[in-house]
Design a protein around this ligand. Structure first.
Ligand SMILES: Nc1ncnc2c1ncn2[C@@H]1O[C@H](COP(=O)(O)OP(=O)(O)OP(=O)(O)O)[C@@H](O)[C@H]1O
Ligand SMILES: [Mg+2]
Length: 398
């Protein structure tokens, strides 16, 4: 028997038929049958390949990876709604799971009835659930809809209910898939707070999300799945760094010598006196471009921290001559903390059509202070460094 809150998955493999789709027509079935009868076996695609995952009580794990990398599949296997093809996955104690939004809810039952059914499934007594009912309903903000059938709930309402029940009935292991994608900002923050609270109370958490800032704010450990395989497992900051870097490297593999009306030949970023980029200091960006003809282009430069979402973008209409030329862009004060960022460049005609596709073209290493830490559990949207002068009654604070 595994201790409550422990997770032990070993050598887990899972595959799906790559031609398996709901709603196949008879004609498709016949074709498939004929292909199989002809000796060609159905094609399979591996969703998980030899995954090991061990966790102890109270750990918080952020499970990250590209679309289709196997995150939801792994959670479903841990939650025992799917079985692995090979390997073992054991979870100790009661599992609270929010893997598919409508997952645990019975559509014909009311919100109130669902809370009791779900609570009982989680192993809580009716009395326990009744004791916690007000808290759950208040968290989900569903007071007025409590006695309505959940089939009349919006997706967001169903998700709030599912999360509220799973998060309040003290599961030993809490599996959460993409809760942050739905729900308004204040609900998202309450989910983040609640997830931190339950981990402090000893629940083991696995959180799947593409919202990397929230994962970083909530989890201590990160596991990165890449095409069904474990690519990294360690402290969340390090795993996110590796993941972001790989996303950036992958986008940068677009060949730069491709043909187009405008080509980018060189990018250089310099801080004051031609040195390194520094926080809150001027930054000089030089782009060497080659154009096939004389034309006006809308030139955009952005900086990101390993995602497609830029921290900031500057743009201007520039008259390019035919041939090679340099364009300078000076930022009066670079609002970034210490770290590695990516410079993105794109050029568009005045109807917003691509002349030079928007993509990361260079690394930008910044020297400067680290960011002040956010309060525990608070996700920061963009890493922007802001100087602040603090004073109190006695004068300047350090
Ligand atoms: N029921 C299923 N039948 C067939 N293929 C499936 C099924 N569930 C998942 N897959 C396939 O398994 C792979 C992994 O899917 P999974 O849903 O685990 O990815 P994910 O990491 O959760 O992606 P996302 O970030 O988009 O949610 C994908 O190639 C997907 O098409
Ligand atoms: Mg998924």
């Amino acid at each position: 028997m595994l201790r409550d809150g422990a997770i032990e998955a070993e050598g887990v493999w899972k595959r799906f038929r790559s031609d398996h789709r709901r709603g196949l027509k008879l004609h498709d079935h016949l074709l498939r049958w004929r292909a199989n009868a002809g000796g060609r076996s159905a094609r399979w695609r591996w969703a998980l390949r030899d995954i090991d995952l061990r966790a102890t009580r109270g750990e918080s794990i952020g499970l990250i990876g590209a679309n289709g990398s196997g995150k939801s599949t792994l959670l479903k296997i841990l939650n025992r709604v799917m079985y692995p093809y090979a390997g073992t996955a054991v979870v100790g104690g009661r599992i609270g799971a929010l893997v598919e939004v409508r997952g645990g809810l019975h559509q014909e039952l009311s919100g109130r009835e669902n809370i009791f059914v779900y609570g009982t499934l989680l192993g809580s007594s009716r009395r326990d659930v009744a004791r916690r009912l007000d808290e759950i309903v208040a968290f989900a903000e569903l007071e007025s809809a409590l006695d309505r059938q959940t089939k009349f709930y919006s997706t967001g309402m169903q998700m709030r209910l599912g999360f509220a029940v799973a998060a309040h009935l003290e599961p030993d292991v809490f599996l959460v898939d993409e809760i942050l994608a739905i729900g308004d900002a204040s609900f998202q923050q309450r989910c983040l707070d609640r997830m931190r609270e339950v981990t402090l109370e000893g629940t083991t958490l696995i959180l799947v999300s593409h919202d990397l800032a929230s994962v970083e704010a909530t989890c201590e450990r990160g596991v990165w799945l890449d095409d069904g395989q474990k690519a990294a497992d360690g402290p969340i900051g390090e795993v996110l760094y590796e993941y972001r870097k790989s996303v950036q490297d992958a986008t940068r593999m677009i060949p730069t010598e491709e043909q187009g009306p405008i080509r980018l030949l060189k990018v250089a970023a310099h801080g004051p006196d031609g040195g390194s980029a520094r926080s809150q200091q001027p930054l000089d960006l030089t782009l060497v471009l080659e154009s096939e003809e004389r034309r006006a282009v809308d030139l955009c430069v952005g900086v990101s921290e390993g995602t497609a979402t830029p921290v900031f973008v500057v743009r201007n209409v520039v008259e390019l001559d035919c041939g090679e030329q340099a364009v300078q862009c000076e930022l009066s004060s670079l609002p970034l903390p210490r770290g590695r960022f990516a410079v993105w460049v794109g050029a568009f005609d005045l109807d917003e059509r691509d002349l030079l596709p928007w993509r990361p073209v260079a690394d930008l290493d910044v020297i400067g202070p680290d960011l002040d830490a956010t309060p525990a559990g608070v996700a920061r949207l963009a890493p922007v460094q802001v100087d602040a002068v603090w004073t109190d009654g006695d004068g300047l604070l350090s």
